[in-house]
Each structure stands twice: as C-alpha cells, then as structure tokens.
Design a protein around this ligand. Structure first.
Ligand code: FAD
Length: 322
C-alpha cells in the first residue's frame, strides 16, 4: 500500500514484524502466540474486539515530539504512562510502522505534551488526520526538545531502555523536565474524544436581566480569613455571589481561587440533597451574597423566563458532552 504520509524525515519505516535496532535485552524471546478468547456476545474479528476492549480504558492524549538536526517530528499518542517517581520514569508505546519509532533510540530525548480539552485539532494533526481548519502547530524548544505550545503539561525524557512490544515498541524514558498548568485535559475513550464536565457554571451563564432579580433576593454574609464557607457533603441549599475578597476552592484534588463577581454552589443548589462537591475557604476577609433555594424557587416562579433560560443552559451543557 502506498505511504501517503508527509515525508518530514527520510527514515526507514519498520515493517510490522521487524524489531527496531534500539531493542533492549529485557525480552530475549517473544512470548509464544496464544489464541485470544472473546467473552460471550463478542463475535467477529478478535482483533477488533480486543481493540474495542482496550478502548474502554479512558486515557488522556499526548503529542510526542523529537528533534533530528533542525527538524521537528510529532505524533499523537495515548499509550503513555507514568512508571516511577524515583527515578522519574515514563513509558510510551509506539507502533512499529510509525516514523517516530525509527527516530527514538537509547539516549534520544523526546517531549510529551499533554493536550488540553480544546486541542482535538492538534491531536488529529499529529495523528495524520489533517483538516483545513487546523492551524499549524507551534513549538517551544526546551533542553533542545520541541514541546507543543498551549498544552496542559510538558515532560522531557531521555530514552533509557526500549523493549519488544509485539507490533509496538516500548520506550522507557527518564524524565529530565516537567511542568504543568491549569486547565482540563483532552480525553480519549472508546475511539473518540471526550472532555471532563467540571465547569460548574449554570446561573452565571444567565443574562444579567434574568440573574440580577434572583441575586436581589440574597442576604449578605461575612467571613474571616481561612473560615469555611462550604464543606464537602453539606446540604447545598444556598447559592453565593462573591462581593469582596477571594475564596479557595478544593475539589477532587484540584485547587483554584475564585474572586469578586463569581458564583459558588451553582450546581448543588439545584440538587441540594446530593451535598456540596467542594471545600471552600475564605482567603482573607470575604463578603458574599447568599441566595437560599427557597428564594431562588420564588424568583423562578415570578419570572419563568429565567427557568427556561436555565433549562437551555443545561441542555447546551448536555450537548457538549453527548
Ligand atoms: P506521521 O504519520 O508522518 O506524522 C504524524 C502527523 O504529524 C502528520 O500529519 C505530520 O504531518 C504531522 N507532523 C509531524 N511533525 C510535524 C511538524 N513538525 N509540524 C507539523 N506537523 C507535523 N500511535 C501509536 O503508535 N501509539 C499511540 O499511543 C497512539 N495513540 C494515538 C492516540 C490517538 C488519540 C490517536 C488519534 C492516534 C494515536 N496513534 C498512536 C496513531 C498515531 O498518532 C498515528 O499513526 C501517527 O500518524 C503516527 O505518526 P508517525 O510518527 O508515523 O508520523
């Protein structure tokens, strides 16, 4: 079959069965081949069923990069895993037919750019699925290694071992550089992109003419530095607008700060029995406007346009993830 992929590099593309030169000694012999048994109801091509089974494991998406002379090569990969903290090690798995595999050898550095939720175009780009609306990627070079700009996290590793991985090759990399920023990751599950729906905004997406009458029913509260404003599991029967100061939100391992004009407790107030989903503490003196669930319901009854707008916000959120 003709190889239609762009020729960034004049490198030999390995056949599906040839071992790359960089093999380590860990596998002296390939494990013997055995039949793959499929569970009940999984008829058809075992390879397809196996692939679909593996696809149930949700992952992030990375772009692996390396540089040869002045040329940068990148490829999309989700077969990336952390291996060890001390020493810091990561592992990547690369199809034997991929150009990238032929560029990596023991001692070579590679970059790992963990893609952010909106970077599906870049993922497609580096998987060879080029569409016209995807902008050209830009790279930042750190330790002579290209990294994709705008990614959520970056690592640079040096290949210390490589292993036989069937039709893939495994490269163990010792990490020399790591950094991350704030944001949401792009996910891959069942052969398609997914996103986390962490954004708790519902009421804050209402237009001011519908939100202001709701907030007008609120009462002011003051908190001292480090005082708890909300606790995980408590009944979420109030919505709050921050009028002064900043608050620290701690939710499922994520910490972030919210300030004046932002709403807290937006989801829980719609479903108070499920309880608060975050710990929120004052950072310095804080003043909030608290709107009880009863006041909220009264405001929605008084102006059903606000209720309809809320349903539209929720429907749009559902469409984002469906
Ligand atoms: P090519 O196919 O030649 O290049 C990949 C693409 O990147 C091409 O479109 C090329 O033009 C573009 N590109 C490369 N360098 C540059 C540059 N400097 N500037 C601009 N564009 C550039 N395969 C695996 O082996 N392991 C995995 O873990 C894996 N995970 C994947 C996860 C997802 C979500 C997807 C969509 C694909 C995955 N793939 C994986 C498939 C893999 O991304 C493709 O097979 C890819 O085309 C292999 O890249 P290559 O090295 O052969 O290079």
């Amino acid at each position: 079959m003709e190889d239609s992929r762009p020729q960034e590099f004049e490198v030999a593309i390995g056949s599906a069965i040839a071992a790359p030169e960089a093999f380590g000694a860990s596998f002296e012999e390939a494990p013997s081949h055995s039949e793959l048994e499929l569970g009940a109801g999984l008829e058809g091509d075992p390879a397809v069923a196996f692939r679909r089974t593996l696809g149930m494991f949700a992952t992030g998406v990375t772009v692996l990069t390396t540089r040869v002379a002045e040329q940068v090569h990148g490829m999309t990969a989700n077969a990336f895993m952390s291996v060890s903290l001390l020493p810091p090690l990561v592992l990547i798995s690369i199809d034997r037919r991929a150009r990238m595999g032929a560029l990596l050898h023991e001692g070579t550095r590679f970059g790992v750019s963990v893609l952010e939720a909106r970077q599906t175009g870049l993922s497609d780009r580096f998987a060879g699925r080029i569409s016209e609306d995807v902008p050209e990627p830009t790279f930042e070079v750190v330790h002579e290694t290209p990294l994709v700009e705008g990614a959520l996290a970056h690592l640079i590793a040096r290949v210390v071992r490589s292993y036989w991985g069937g039709d893939h090759s495994l490269f163990l990399g010792q990490v020399e550089f790591a950094r991350y920023g704030e944001g949401r990751p792009l996910l891959f599950h069942g052969g398609r992109y997914e996103r986390l729906t962490e954004d708790p905004r519902v009421f804050s997406l209402l237009p001011p003419e519908l939100l202001d009458p709701i907030l007008a029913l609120g009462g002011e509260r003051s908190y001292e530095d480090a005082e708890a404003i909300m606790r995980v599991g408590e009944a979420g029967d109030e919505l709050m607008l921050i009028l002064e100061g900043t608050v620290r939100v701690q939710r499922s391992g994520r910490d972030f700060t919210l300030g004046v004009g932002e709403l807290i407790g937006e989801i829980e107030v719609l479903d108070p029995c499920a309880g608060r989903i975050a710990d929120i503490n004052a950072e310095g003196p804080v003043r909030c406007l608290a709107v009880s669930r009863e006041s909220l319901i009264a405001a929605l009854e008084a102006d059903p346009r606000a209720a309809i707008a809320l349903i539209e916000v929720l429907a749009a959120r559902f469409r984002e993830t469906a």
